[in-house]
Design a protein around this ligand. Structure first.
Ligand code: SF4
Length: 404
């Protein structure tokens, strides 16, 4: 278990961030905020994918007006993203948003910062101090001789000092950079000087898969050190992918309760009786929108599959053109190869509704066990223990070299 660093708790609408609250997933809409229906459609898709808090840009008066209509219809709290124009922050507060994100690098006049903080205080709305390595106050680049972790931390501390002047402390902080080691360093340093909740992210991580890897490297490193209270994957992709990735990372690290299927699959090898990659992909698609918090295994062969995946709640292994279904390591059914994915979904749904014992009790397992044994023996007879025919290959290699 990860021991989380102690932070104080704030709220974004009804969602708690920091303290003992579960780590939350954030994302950002890509629609024009003035497009109320389009933005709400995206927000609903994000919420279904596991997003807890969503940010919308508030860059013009039409966006603020859109927010006034989006906020009451959104299933999750809305944060308005503000750059350059402090008046847009005031307009977003008037629209009823649950949180603001301010970039200290581009709203720099103390009287503007304090005006926004005072208004947020009156309305009990939290603010994220969103430092971004790419848009620091130029005086900080100068002072630190370029972009450094210390420069980003100082940017956040300067903003906190302005907030302190008006007695506002409902804050969370981010110090994002696109360089992963720099971002990790900045958050580590920041966590030593504040107990405010931290919002983690690698900014401009880019398109998947590289973007996913960069973001995961930075966010997971910090989470495993107990640093971080809310996260966002900044991907050049459909934001639904960001929300899914965030949710899946937290589930994989045991930091959030599982909501969807955890699909495991063998990497395939010479023993595989099916195209494991294709079956796993089809299973992933079939389970994508199902709220079934089970571990499901797709294994290439009945020789090793059921044993290697015995911890899975349910799995299927291929053998002799058939799919062998197993529940918690026990063979329960045999289905034609073409129906493997459908059978997995049907059994997983049943287990989710009635439990493992009830699922096993609905069949005579001796039949499935006997058939699995038969196919396993047939495969072993056919392939032997040495599936790669290593001995014959070595003889051939030596022969070819000797003749060349
Ligand atoms: S389950 Fe079978 S096919 Fe998959 S990696 Fe293991 S031995 Fe190979």
């Amino acid at each position: 278990m990860v021991e989380r660093r102690h932070t104080r708790q704030i709220h974004v609408g009804k969602v708690a961030v920091g303290g003992s609250a579960p780590i939350t997933v954030q994302s950002m809409t890509t629609t024009k905020t003035s497009d109320v229906e389009g933005t709400l459609q995206q927000i609903y898709a994000l919420a279904a994918a596991g997003c807890d808090i969503v940010r919308c840009t508030c860059n013009e008066i039409e966006a603020a007006e859109g927010l006034a209509q989006i906020v009451p219809r959104s299933p999750i709290p809305i944060v308005a993203d503000i750059h350059h124009q402090y008046k847009m922050a005031l307009a977003a507060l008037e629209a009823g948003v649950h949180g603001l994100r301010l970039n200290p690098g581009n709203i720099r006049k103390p009287e503007h910062i304090k005006a926004v903080a005072a208004e947020a205080k009156d309305r009990n709305v939290s603010i994220r101090i969103g430092v971004n390595g790419g848009s620091l106050d130029p005086s900080l680049y100068e002072k630190y001789g370029g972009l450094t972790a210390a420069a980003m931390v100082e940017s956040a501390l300067r903003e906190i000092a302005y907030f302190d002047e008006v007695g506002f402390d409902l804050i969370k902080i981010s110090v994002k950079a696109s360089n992963v080691p720099l971002m990790v360093d900045a958050y580590r340093e920041l966590s030593k000087v504040t107990d405010a909740p931290l919002h983690l992210g690698v900014t401009e991580a880019g398109p998947p898969p590289a973007g996913l890897l960069k973001a995961t490297a930075g966010i997971a490193t910090l989470l495993l050190e107990g640093i971080g209270d809310t996260i966002r994957y900044s991907l050049t992709a459909d934001p639904v992918e960001e929300a899914r990735a965030g949710r899946q990372l937290l589930e994989a690290l045991g930091l959030r309760e599982r909501k969807n299927v955890d699909l495991i699959a063998c990497p395939s090898c010479g023993r595989a009786e099916i195209d494991v990659i294709d079956v796993a992909r089809r299973a992933q698609e079939a389970f994508a929108d199902k709220l079934i918090p089970l571990q499901v295994a797709v294994m290439g062969c009945v020789v090793n599959g059921p044993g290697e995946a015995r911890e899975a709640d349910i799995g299927i292994a291929a053998g002799n053109k058939r799919g062998h279904l197993f529940v918690k390591g026990r063979n329960v059914a045999v289905v034609p190869e073409s129906e493997m994915v459908e059978a997995l979904v049907e059994w997983a749904t049943y287990i989710n509704e009635h439990g493992v014992e009830a699922a096993i009790a609905r069949v005579d397992t001796t039949i499935a066990e006997r058939e699995a044994l038969k196919d396993r023996s047939a495969l072993l007879d056919e392939q032997g223990d040495d599936v790669n025919h290593s001995h014959d290959r070595i003889v051939n290699i030596r022969k070819n070299i000797a003749n060349s």
